[in-house]
Design a protein around this ligand. Structure first.
Ligand code: PAF
Length: 271
C-alpha cells in the first residue's frame, strides 16, 4: 500500500483516504464522492478492526460481504482498496495503543470502554500505511470524528480531516451498517432517533435554549417508543462532548442493536 501511495505522490498526485469496516452503504459512498472531488487518487480501506470492539459486542457478527464491497468500490471508481489482514495489522507482539484522552471519555467512551483507543490506533496505522493528504469520516460518528481530529492535531499528523454529512433513509434514519440487524418492528421504531433530533432542532430554531427543555424535546419520541432503550441523550459541545452545547447526541438500543445519531441544533434538520 505504502509503495503504491508513494508512487502516486511521486507523480504529484494527491491522495484521499476513506477508512471503512466494509459493509458498505450510501453513507460510505458519499465519503468516497467527497474524496473523489478533492483528490487525484482515492484509497478506501476495508478492515473490521477487532480492537475497537469490546467483549460482548458484535465483532463476530459484524456484517462482512467483501464481494459486494468490492463491486461498490469499483462502481464508485475507488483507485485502490486496502484490505489488510488482522495478522498484518496486529502481529503477535504488537503492544502499542494510541489513547486520546478528554474527548474520548464521555458518552461513547463511557459506554464502550477501549473503543476509541482501538479506533485511534487503527486510524494511526491506516494513515501510516496510506500517507493520505486528506481522510474522510462521517458526521454520523461525531465523537469518533472529534477524537480523530484531536489525534491528528496532537500528533502533528500531516493529514487533513474532512467530515461528511450523515446520509439518511427517506424517513430520517441515519444509514449504518448495523441497521441490517433491526427486526421490522425495531426498524419502524428506530425513526424515533431522527424524530427526536428534528424536534430538538425545531425547538432550538424557535428560540428555546434551556438545556432541559431541549433534552426533553430530544427524548420526546423515544419515550413514546416501547422498543427503544435510551443509553444516552445529551446536548453537548462538539469538541469536548460535554454538556452544555449545541450538538444533540443519542445512543439507543433496540433489542441487541445499538444505534447512534446526532445533529447540530443550530442547523435545520434535513428532509
Ligand atoms: O467508522 C468506522 O467505520 C471505523 O470506526 C473506522 C474509522 C474505519 C476505524 O476502524
Amino acid at each position: 500500500m505504502l509503495d503504491a501511495s508513494r508512487r502516486w505522490r511521486h507523480e504529484g498526485k494527491s491522495i484521499g483516504l476513506v477508512p471503512t469496516m466494509g459493509a458498505l452503504h450510501a453513507g460510505h459512498l458519499s465519503l468516497v464522492d467527497a474524496a473523489r472531488r478533492e483528490n487525484d487518487v482515492v484509497v478506501a480501506s476495508a478492515f473490521v478492526n477487532p480492537i475497537q470492539f469490546g467483549p460482548g459486542e458484535d465483532f463476530e457478527r459484524y456484517p462482512r460481504d467483501p464481494d459486494h464491497d468490492a463491486a461498490l468500490f469499483a462502481r464508485a471508481e475507488v483507485d485502490a482498496v486496502y484490505r489488510p489482514s488482522t495478522q498484518a495489522m496486529y502481529p503477535s507482539g504488537a503492544s502499542t495503543r494510541v489513547h486520546v484522552s478528554g474527548v474520548s471519555e464521555p458518552l461513547e467512551g463511557e459506554a464502550r470502554p477501549g473503543h476509541f483507543e482501538g479506533v485511534a490506533t487503527v486510524v494511526t496505522k491506516l494513515f501510516a500505511a496510506v500517507e493520505p493528504d486528506r481522510a474522510y469520516f462521517g458526521q454520523k460518528d461525531a465523537q469518533q470524528a472529534a477524537v480523530v481530529k484531536r489525534l491528528v492535531s496532537d500528533l502533528d499528523l500531516p493529514v487533513e480531516i474532512r467530515i461528511v454529512p450523515t446520509v439518511r433513509e427517506p424517513d430520517g434514519l441515519a444509514l449504518s451498517s448495523r441497521n441490517v440487524y433491526l427486526t421490522p418492528d425495531e426498524r419502524r421504531g428506530a425513526v424515533a432517533l431522527s424524530s427526536g433530533l428534528r424536534a430538538a432542532a425545531e425547538a432550538y430554531a424557535a428560540g428555546e435554549r434551556r438545556h432541559n427543555v431541549l433534552r426533553a424535546a430530544l427524548l420526546s419520541r423515544l419515550d413514546a417508543e416501547p422498543l427503544a432503550q435510551v443509553e444516552y441523550a445529551e446536548i453537548v459541545d462538539p469538541e469536548t462532548f460535554l454538556a452544555p452545547g449545541r450538538l444533540a447526541v443519542l445512543a439507543v438500543r433496540f433489542g441487541k442493536t445499538r444505534l447512534i445519531d446526532n445533529h447540530d441544533l443550530g442547523k435545520a434538520f434535513p428532509g
